[in-house]
Design a protein around this ligand. Structure first.
Ligand code: NDP
Length: 487
């Protein structure tokens, strides 16, 4: 069945009459699964107006307890409609059911619950000061919502990443205008149904669909009545959005690209390290910002590790997401597949030894129209090869041996990105020492992708601006104001 997806503004789905429609194709087999109405400037204007009206109206005046309870109701309704969300996200991304049921959809519900509770438990500061008349004055800080937040999302974990922004934005009393990626509009639309059902006031949550440059995305980021912009996506896009936000001095929060290092010492729990690096390189077909595309393995175990990782990569089971035997899905689009296959070719041109993969798997006829590529491992590239330096965002990694801690720290840091790293060793003293030396926002030790939503999340260097998670999200989604009372 082909769905029709229109903007959700002021509590209602808009009419598709007169809209320019574009196709959303299944990454699994290339079939058209939805037609999407692109929101022109006028529709974005209406979404921003609705968001501002809600900010000044019901939502802005709502007591924190009630707002928090409504966000819990949103989470409960997502859980009640769990299968619908799983189905929609599988249709959009083509990723296996277990990724949706275990990670993406539960995290979406959790994102509302966690921040609904966080906002109720944050103290504000106060300072008692002396005054010449001896009576003193009391300063205290209050937190106010930033206003209308533009939320621009990528396609790789659409619901998880969108709600990671919506949870704190709404909990803090803001209203939002969201643009999902044009590749993954389905769960954002479903969330509109949820918001309406549980009674979130009209205009609090607005969704407009379309493309980025010269389209819906840019209409949001250049809109003078959007007070701040939160964005997850490529560093290059972040640069364009930052320029747009400079007009009007609007604040930005950015979660951007990565070229993350995985580091495996010879003393690591070998099987756990192979499993961990395998997941970090190939989960979600490598389309994870926190994924590992550079793997450094201590020389004594290099060959053994390479062979074990190869065996796991060759054991993935391709298939439709709803088939519970599938462990591995397609890339998101033909365009992205062309980019990844371009890097597969470039690796060979740059002198790589292809340990496994490097091409397109032989798929059954009904799946040949999908965006399939093989999980790929290389060795033998120089440290300055583009494949070792640039984010590919596909199911691939390069393995390189190392001989000392100093050497591997320098290698890990030798990149413009600084999002995350994963270190595998039984020597925890060394692991802690390295965590202080590696220039990233998140270091995992003997683990990967373990997230406590109260902790600060974000990238160093060109991987982002700002930290989100727990109270850290409040730094962006609220404005702190001081009140000084003469006593
Ligand atoms: P893009 O930067 O291509 O797109 C992200 C969003 O921005 C899309 O909705 C896109 O629209 C929109 N967009 C593009 N150009 C503009 C513009 N000029 N103005 C306003 N909006 C615009 O990223 P991808 O969707 O390709 O996502 C993959 C990237 O996201 C990778 O680099 C990955 O590392 C990063 N990422 C980072 C994370 C982190 O936490 N640090 C987490 C997840 C991903 P459309 O595509 O519809 O045209």
């Amino acid at each position: 069945m082909t769905r029709l997806i229109t903007s959700f503004i002021d509590g209602e789905f808009q009419s598709p009459d007169g809209a320019r429609l574009f196709d959303k194709r299944s990454p699994v087999d290339g079939r058209v699964i939805a037609r999407i109405a692109e929101a022109p400037q006028a529709e974005v204007d209406r979404a921003v107006q609705a968001a501002r009206a809600a900010l000044l109206g019901d939502w802005g005046r709502m007591p924190m307890e009630k707002r928090s309870a409504l966000l819990h109701a949103v989470a409960d309704e997502i859980t009640r409609r769990f299968d619908d969300f799983v189905e929609a996200e599988m249709a959009d991304t083509g990723q296996p059911a277990h990724v949706m049921t275990q990670v993406f959809i539960p995290r979406g519900a959790a994102n509302f619950k966690v921040f609904a509770d966080v906002v109720k438990n944050v103290p504000t500061e106060s300072f008692r000061m002396d005054t010449p008349d001896g009576r003193g004055a009391l300063n205290y800080a209050i937190r106010k919502p930033k206003g209308v937040i533009g939320v621009i999302c990528p396609w790789n974990a659409p619901f998880l990443l969108m709600t990671w922004k919506l949870g704190p934005a709404l909990a803090c009393g803001n209203t939002v205008v969201v643009k999902p990626s044009e590749e993954t509009p389905l769960t954002a639309a479903l969330l509109g149904e949820v918001m309406a059902k549980v009674g979130v006031p009209r205009g609090v949550y607005n969704v407009v669909n379309g493309f980025g440059p010269k389209s819906t995305g840019e209409f949001i980021t250049t809109h003078p009545k959007v007070d701040a912009i939160t964005f997850t996506g490529e560093t290059r896009t972040g640069t364009a959005i930052m320029k747009a936000a400079a007009e009007g001095m609007r604040d930005v929060s950015f979660e951007l690209g990565g070229k993350n290092a995985g580091i495996v010492f010879a003393d690591a729990d070998f099987d756990a390290a192979v499993d961990g690096i395998f997941r970090s390189a190939f989960l979600n077909t490598g389309q994870v910002c926190l994924g590992t595309e550079r793997v450094y393995v201590e020389r004594p175990i290099f060959e053994h590790f390479r062979d074990a990782l190869k065996a796991k990569a060759e054991a993935v089971r391709y298939g439709r997401p709803e088939d519970h035997h599938s462990t591995y899905g397609p890339l998101i689009s033909q365009e992205h597949r062309d980019k990844v296959l371009g890097y597969y070719q470039r690796a060979v041109d740059e002198g790589a030894t292809v340990v496994t993969g490097g091409g397109v798997p032989d798929m059954p006829a009904e799946l040949k129209g999908g965006c399939w590529v093989q999980p790929t491992i290389w060795t033998g590239l120089k440290d300055d090869a583009s494949v070792v330096r640039e984010e590919i965002f596909g199911p691939c990694c390069h393995l390189r041996p190392f001989d000392s801690e100093d050497e591997v720290v320098a290698l890990a840091n030798d990149n413009v990105y600084g999002l995350s790293t994963t270190i595998w060793t039984q020597n925890l003293t060394r692991a802690h020492r390295m965590a202080e030396r590696i220039e990233v926002g998140i270091t995992w030790i003997n683990s990967w992708f373990l997230r406590d939503l109260r902790t600060p999340f974000g990238g160093s260097k060109q991987s982002g601006i700002g930290r989100e998670g727990g109270v850290h999200s409040l730094e962006f989604y609220t404005e702190t104001r001081n009140v000084c009372v003469k006593l």
